[in-house]
Ligand binder design. Structure first.
Ligand code: ZN
Length: 247
């Protein structure tokens, strides 16, 4: 097995216990008692953030291409199951586990969605949370948020291995520092407009557009917008907005 799995749970909240009084004050006595039964070893502040996402039926998940996406719990659990299978599959490709072992672990690979749809719930998402399939981002403020989840792509000592390219790009703290987020200033819009006329213009990768000619996104203060499907990308690399990039 791979002994050099990267640690993705670098947010300090993973190492900060959540006191009973804080838990009760935040979620109420009854809910606090329910939640404690899921965490026999005690809760951290990361666990609290996670339970609040479940209560709100929304995990705000960072999409490497499009920025933060509001994701209902059932959809996040579904996505987590597919990610987890991809991690196992990569474990096979890299020789960490056998194909036979992998077959016993797969939930989605080789099976119809109707076979796992029923388990796309909070309990499954808790399992993903424990396995660090999704982790707290250290740079939510780059997107004007206080809580943001990223793909951790790790299960125990297995991980995606192929790295971020499987999901376009994982936006880490270092990458966030190289990003500009909307609203853009007039100067930034002007620079983006010039960039979008060049050969490396950012094109729409929404499912319905990526199958066709991938329209070039249009720059405005609100972000980069697809003229066809209207999807808005709220950030750009600083190189695109004409700002200095510290490397
Ligand atoms: Zn589009």
């Amino acid at each position: 097995m791979n002994s050099e799995a990267p640690a993705f749970d670098t947010h300090p909240h993973y190492r900060t216990p959540c006191s009973l009084s804080h838990l009760t004050a935040t979620l109420g006595k009854r809910r606090a008692r329910e939640i404690r039964s899921h965490y026999p070893d005690g809760l951290t502040l990361a666990d609290l953030s996670f339970e609040q996402a479940i209560d709100a039926d929304n995990l705000t998940l960072l999409d490497g291409a499009w920025g933060p996406k509001s994701t209902p719990i059932a959809l996040a659990a579904d996505f987590g199951l597919r990610l987890a299978d991809l991690v196992v599959s990569n474990g096979v490709a890299r020789g960490f586990i056998s194909e036979q072992e992998a077959q016993q672990q797969y939930v989605t690979i080789g099976r119809h969605p109707s076979e796992w749809r029923a388990i796309c719930d909070a309990d499954t998402l808790r399992m993903h949370h424990r396995n660090r399939v999704f982790v707290l981002s250290e740079t939510p403020e780059a997107f004007g948020l206080t809580v943001l989840w990223e793909i951790g792509y790790s299960i125990g000592d297995l991980n995606l291995g192929t790295g971020p390219e499987a999901f376009e790009q994982r936006t880490t703290a270092a990458m966030a520092a190289e990003m500009s987020t909307a609203p853009f200033t007039p100067d930034q819009v002007a620079a983006l407009h010039v960039w979008q006329q060049g050969e490396t213009a950012v094109r729409c990768k929404a499912p319905e557009c990526s199958l066709t000619d991938q329209p070039v996104l249009e720059a405005s203060a609100a972000g980069l917008t697809c003229p066809r499907c209207g999807e808005v990308r709220s950030w750009a690399w600083r190189a695109m907005t004409g700002e200095d990039v510290d490397v």
